[in-house]
Design a protein around this ligand. Structure first.
Ligand SMILES: CSC[C@H]1O[C@H](OP(=O)(O)O)[C@H](O)[C@@H]1O
Ligand SMILES: Nc1ncnc2[nH]cnc12
Length: 465
């Protein structure tokens, strides 16, 4: 039995250069997975190592036709997550920036220096509702220490030449470094150098997937003085050393995988379910607020409390790396529910607003690749609204004032507004006018989303008949 506490571990393994077309899984079969960020580098190979479920993905595809800058790292990680993997074990062929890290050695990464500049570094780029918030993910520790310790223990047992720590410098490539760069990276404290750790390690963190990387030192890059020019890195030398080292890596993975399955991963991955519990609490508050809708004081306390819970939940989720696609989804569901209750109460035709909100939500939840197309060709207003995750004057007017603020303000005016006089009267009316303008902007965007997606659905229907 390989699971602990009913938890069935599935390990995602990303094979780097030299491991492109090596199938070291038992009972394997291929599956194809698409993601909202596009297709991964290759089909996924599902199988087992010592009875532990694993999913193998070739980083550069089986034929190594995808260069390091063109790897769709987001799709790769999301596809492995979609395939049910909770943790990621990866390999990377790397150069050495330190005399002690010899070709043929293994380096267990513990830090990185990012020198890439052409890659998508985050799922949270504002283009997907599933990843709608801004995510300032902490990067210490970058690599999972439980996994690193298992790899280190197994290297010791197997008497493999290895290094417990390694700061990886990831360059953009595809070219190797110049000598001046290579020497500079040494001075920066880099031990090893490759072209793929970034943004892979960053994206794994964003998805909350523990990640460990085994570096296979294949060359001394080009910083060494007084050596023959033929001893500096080139693709042939990388592949030659890799070939000689391949058995070490696969043997190590065979030993590491069952040991990883003995770790109790549940508490480590539990951060996610904690967020779900907070959302249950929010749901209860919304239901109570609903029950007290005719008693404004109680209603407003409960309602504002659940909104602040949403705000702090989002804030701490980001700080504690507890962000999940489910969290983002349930957030919007609860928002729509609570607003729906208000709209129906404050206006006879309020249900129409709620229906429009739910309809546009249902369309933005569609994962098909064509959803992205709708945004690529969006009118100016829509693009502007989504810019910087709604953190722009138009976004704040539409989302904060129009979408969130207007129904609460209407409720407030309905219960307290009529007694206001003098400057308060004008203040209340001015805020109301600002919120109404925001709601009209929202309405335009929602209607655009709905009609654009209806157009796509009808188009798909007409093609299939
Ligand atoms: C073919 S040499 C350069 C290439 O090798 C490494 O690939 P990976 O990290 O996927 O093992 C390195 O990062 C470069 O992409
Ligand atoms: N010297 C090097 N620089 C960048 N990537 C590498 N992959 C293997 N060796 C490398």
């Amino acid at each position: 039995m390989v699971s602990t506490n009913e938890f069935e571990l599935k390990i995602g393994i990303i094979g780097g250069t030299g491991l492109n077309n090596v199938n070291f899984l038992q009972d394997s079969h291929e599956i194809e997975i698409d993601t909202i960020f596009g297709a991964p580098s290759d089909k996924l190979l599902c199988g087992k190592i010592n009875n532990v479920e694993c999913v193998l993905l070739s980083r550069h595809d089986k034929n190594h036709l995808t260069g390091p800058s063109n790897v769709n790292y987001r799709a790769n990680l999301l596809a492995l997550k979609k395939a049910g993997c909770q943790i990621l074990l990866v390999t990377t062929a790397c150069g050495s920036l330190n005399e002690n890290y010899k070709p043929g050695d293994l380096a267990i990464l513990d830090d990185f220096i990012d020198r890439t500049y052409k890659r998508e570094q985050s799922f949270f780029d504002g283009s997907k509702v599933e990843f709608a918030k801004i995510c300032h993910i902490p990067m210490y520790p970058a690599f999972n220490n439980e996994m690193r310790q298992v790899i280190i223990d197994e290297c010791k047992k197997m008497a493999i030449g290895f290094h417990e720590k390694s700061t990886m410098v990831t360059i953009e490539g595809p070219r190797f470094s110049s000598r001046a760069e290579s020497k500079m990276f040494q001075q920066w404290g880099g031990h090893t150098i490759n072209m793929t750790t970034c943004p892979e390690v960053v994206l794994a963190k964003e998805l909350g997937m523990p990640y460990a990387s085994i570096g296979i030192v294949t060359d001394y890059d080009c910083w060494r003085d007084n050596v023959d020019d033929t001893e500096h890195v080139d693709v042939a030398s990388v592949l030659k050393t890799f070939k000689e080292t391949l058995h070490k890596v696969t043997n190590l993975v065979y030993e590491v995988v069952p040991r990883l399955a003995q770790i109790d991963w549940q508490p480590i991955l539990d951060k996610h379910s904690k967020m779900v519990e907070n959302n249950y609490f929010r749901l209860i508050l919304i239901i109570f607020a609903w029950m007290y809708i005719d008693e404004p004081k109680i209603f407003l306390v409960l309602f504002i409390f659940q909104i602040s819970l949403d705000f702090f939940d989002g804030y701490f989720a980001k700080k504690l790396n507890q962000i999940s696609a489910f969290g983002a989804w349930i957030d919007v569901v609860l928002d729509n529910m609570s607003r729906g209750i208000l709209w129906v109460h404050v206006w006879r035709f309020g249900y129409i607003i709620s229906v429009i909100e739910w309809l546009s939500f249902s369309f933005t939840q569609k994962n098909g690749a064509r959803w992205k197309e709708t945004f690529d060709r969006a009118p100016f207003l829509v693009k502007k609204l989504f810019q910087n995750n709604f953190r722009n004057p138009l976004g704040i007017t539409a989302i904060s004032a129009g979408l969130q603020g207007l129904p609460i303000w209407l409720y407030f005016v309905l219960n307290y507004g009529s007694s206001a006089s003098g400057i308060y009267f004008y203040l209340i009316r001015s805020i109301l006018a600002y919120c109404v303008i925001g709601r009209i902007i929202c309405l335009c965007v929602e209607l655009w989303v709905i009609f654009k997606n209806l157009e796509i659905l009808l188009d798909e229907d007409s093609k299939s008949t």
